[in-house]
Design a protein around this ligand. Structure first.
Ligand SMILES: *[C@@H]1O[C@H](CO)[C@@H](O)[C@H](O)[C@H]1NC(C)=O
Ligand SMILES: *[C@@H]1O[C@H](CO)[C@@H](O)[C@H](O)[C@H]1NC(C)=O
Ligand SMILES: *[C@@H]1O[C@H](CO)[C@@H](O)[C@H](O)[C@H]1NC(C)=O
Ligand SMILES: *[C@@H]1O[C@H](CO)[C@@H](O)[C@H](O)[C@H]1NC(C)=O
Ligand SMILES: *[C@@H]1O[C@H](CO)[C@@H](O)[C@H](O)[C@H]1NC(C)=O
Ligand SMILES: *[C@@H]1O[C@H](CO)[C@@H](O)[C@H](O)[C@H]1NC(C)=O
Ligand SMILES: *[C@@H]1O[C@H](CO)[C@@H](O)[C@H](O)[C@H]1NC(C)=O
Ligand SMILES: *[C@@H]1O[C@H](CO)[C@@H](O)[C@H](O)[C@H]1NC(C)=O
Length: 406
């Protein structure tokens, strides 16, 4: 539902933006200003972490409590913070956190999380580990395999879980890992899109065709079931109990985002294959149509639908982090998308900076970027989403991820 603009509305908006004093100062044309804004948000985010202090749990952000996956997502964002800004302040705390959750089977399956561990949760930790592999982050200590090998282990877990449940829905990855978890029957976009993106990135890192074949397989299944429809709308999930004959049509930013970056990587590594260009372009168009410009006074600003009804939970506050993250990375894999993506990231970063104006120091991040003011909410998801959209303006600084020669 993109809002169409008249030039009068744009003129009014330009005047109102320039008259507004930002709480976190941000000049989107100045790399130094972007770095300073990102540093302020990163500092606020890290002050929620106590896992490197007595009484804290390594790797995990504590109260309210946050789910395990959100910590993995946050460390992935912190790794990008280092790559994009060059600020090494959190390199070691990020490294220690990523190592702390690898688990004895070297696949991010810690026993402590067995009650509610989802394939999507693991995927978010895997993306951080894969990022570490792609950019030569320090390898884990000797007792563990490399970041790349850990990601390959997770890929093979996904393959065997897919096969184990292929008596329903013609395949697909379940949401949950363990039969005891609520949602075990659900087969959803974030898990399957996570599988596709991980496969795509492993393919790029190794040139091993097995990963490519699975990426194609996951795409084809997602379309067949209707998680992705013929107009490239990406919906939330379907269910084993109905053999995936019906779809939960709820729209979330991170579902399209996770597929989008996967197809962009495949486009790039296949040297621009038309089928991946078409898919990437269509997913991008859907994302920009569905999750940008909620109101005439917030053109190009990313939003989550639940913000409008004040019904987002603490997980959902973070989802725009991954849309911003993967929109930005898509412009690296498919440079021609920058023209569409950059105005959205710039407007959203400005709006997010304005929303980071709460608390005693006036830099606590709220959720609703379209308000140009703090919405009196705060938390890890809000801080992460703001951090990622602001730092995404520096995505070019990291350069493309390493790739195997073809
Ligand atoms: C702002 O205040 C919050 C809450 O007191 C604190 O956690 C955070 O670290 C502060 N941020 C900065 C940049 O000082
Ligand atoms: C924990 O990490 C933070 C950076 O996020 C650092 O400022 C702090 O000094 C560390 N604390 C300890 C006890 O190492
Ligand atoms: C980070 O850890 C490395 C290896 O242990 C150490 O050499 C380095 O001094 C640490 N850096 C900081 C800023 O603590
Ligand atoms: C379940 O769905 C799959 C995939 O659409 C299909 O191939 C299979 O025939 C269906 N099974 C039943 C029992 O309808
Ligand atoms: C490619 O990756 C798959 C999945 O891990 C593995 O089974 C296979 O041995 C790999 N092939 C080569 C040539 O390394
Ligand atoms: C793949 O990515 C690289 C690095 O950004 C870029 O130079 C190249 O043009 C991309 N390939 C295609 C086919 O767009
Ligand atoms: C890509 O899209 C164009 C334009 O819609 C279409 O003509 C072409 O057949 C598509 N290519 C593939 C491989 O699907
Ligand atoms: C934009 O419009 C929405 C909906 O009317 C409103 O809630 C919001 O406060 C407005 N934002 C600004 C910056 O005025």
């Amino acid at each position: 539902m993109a809002v169409k603009w008249t030039s009068l509305q744009i003129a009014v908006l330009v005047i109102s933006i320039s008259a507004f004093t930002l709480a976190i100062d941000l000049d989107v044309d100045s790399p130094d200003s972007i770095r300073t804004a990102a540093a302020t948000i990163a500092y606020g985010l890290q002050s929620m972490y106590n896992g490197n202090r007595t009484g804290g749990e390594p790797g995990k952000f504590p109260d309210p409590p946050y789910y395990w996956w959100l910590s993995g997502a946050a460390w992935g964002g912190m790794l990008d913070y280092y790559l994009y800004t060059g600020d090494e302040s959190y390199y070691n705390v990020t490294y220690d956190a990523l190592v702390s959750q690898i688990s004895p089977t070297n696949n991010y399956l810690p026993a402590a999380e067995a009650l509610d561990e989802g394939n999507d949760d693991i995927a978010l930790w895997a993306f951080a580990a894969q990022n570490a592999a792609e950019y030569g982050f320090r390898e884990p200590p000797k007792a563990y395999p490399t970041w790349l090998k850990i990601c390959d282990n997770i890929f093979n877990d996904f393959v065997s879980r897919w096969i184990a449940s292929s008596n329903t829905c013609g395949g697909g990855l379940k949401w949950q890992v363990f039969p005891t978890s609520p949602g075990y029957d659900y087969k959803n976009s974030i898990s399957n899109g996570g599988f596709l993106q991980l496969a795509a990135r492993l393919y790029r890192s190794t040139n091993n065709q097995t990963y490519y074949e699975w990426a194609i397989h996951v795409w084809d299944w997602s379309v067949k079931i209707g998680l992705i429809d013929s107009s490239y709308n990406v919906f939330d999930g379907s269910d084993d109990t109905i053999n995936c004959t019906g779809i939960d049509h709820t729209l979330w930013t991170y579902n399209v985002a996770v597929y989008l970056y996967g197809t962009a990587v495949l486009y790039n590594y296949t040297n621009g294959l038309e089928i991946w260009r078409n898919r990437t372009t269509a997913l991008l168009d859907f994302a920009l149509e569905a999750f940008v410009s909620p109101f005439p006074n917030a053109t190009d600003v990313i939003y989550e639908h639940c913000e409008l009804t004040w019904s987002c939970n603490i997980d959902q506050f973070s989802f725009r982090a991954y849309l911003a993250r993967w929109l930005a990375k898509t412009t690296i894999m498919m440079p021609e998308t920058a023209e569409k993506v950059n105005p959205v990231l710039r407007a959203s970063a400005l709006a997010a900076a304005a929303a980071c104006s709460g608390g005693a120091n006036g830099t606590t991040c709220g959720a609703r970027w379209y308000l140009d003011a703090w919405d009196e909410t705060s938390g890890l998801g809000q801080a992460l989403a703001a951090l990622e959209v602001v730092q995404s303006l520096l995505v070019d600084e990291a350069g493309p991820p390493a790739e195997a020669s073809t």
